[in-house]
Design a protein around this ligand. Sequence first.
Ligand code: APR
Length: 313
Amino acid sequence: MIQRKRISLIGAGNIGGTLAHMIALKGLGDIILFDINKGAAHGKALDILESSPIDRFSINIIGTNDYKDIQGSDAVIITAGMARKPGMSRDDLLKTNALVMQNVAENIKQYSSDAFVIVVTNPLDAMVSVVHKYSGLPTNKVVGMAGVLDSARFRYFLANALDVSVEDVHAFVLGGHGDTMVPLVHYTSIAGIPLTHMINTGLITQKTVDEIIKRTRNGGKEIVDLLQSGSAYYSPASSAVCMLESYLCNKRRILPCAAYLDGEYGVKGLFIGVPAIIGKNGIEKILEIKMNNDEQQMFNQSVDAVLKLTQKT
Ligand code: APR
């Protein structure tokens, strides 16, 4: 009998609930939805299950506040902790969420030490380090979700400005998740045509691209200000599911994610956003790409910012 995959979601808030729904619709595996708030985990699990006859998925979902239930998970996605309120930066969440990550990681160590762990909780890059430290997992099994989301925002804004399908826009955003992220314009292409070529031929102006870069950096804040309670959750959930699918289905997609650098990009011992292949062993390979001087400088600033924050945890 083929066993269904076990996917544990730690945090049943806005992102956790959306993740559970998406994973159920895609039928990726059985779901264990954990939260310290028992009602949220149980309520959302049951609500989603009650949609299963309509959407025709035959997986199981349990809501729990007992870590024993995550035993033997193939993958864990962490969204537990506090989300931003208007006026707060991601970094304001540092101390509170670092303690939550320590607790979550210790339980992963005890109950699911073979899992592939995707961290979504902010401030992202620093939280991935905490999870790695306390989970005892190898570096290829712990990763942070940021780059997929940041590059999706960049791609969406570009597609809108060019009035073309989002499907044809490919882009990379590197570095930390936050103000120091590094959108790589000269690696961005539209149906294979470099964005730089489009700027040179007047299809889009440099000014518009600069505005899009600024909007991408502020993408999370824009949503926080609009929502007025909580932060983005549909697009973060989609991004984490994309990484999860690459792992569970051994797709070997190249995705920008907060991965552990052991000398790559001249950085040692830090989790930060870089392009990586995600396959059945987790992070299978970090791809090193050449940056121009401006990009390298921005990347270095991003590394410094992430390092400072990580040291404070
Ligand atoms: N253990 C487990 N769950 C916890 C813990 C904990 N120690 N502390 C808080 N939680 C739960 C809360 O009960 C809540 O249900 O985490 C959930 C967080 O949900 P939301 O507040 O809705 O936040 P969400 O929008 O899902 O974002 C979660 O992801 O993108 C980041 O910045 C965001 O850090 C935030 C995280």
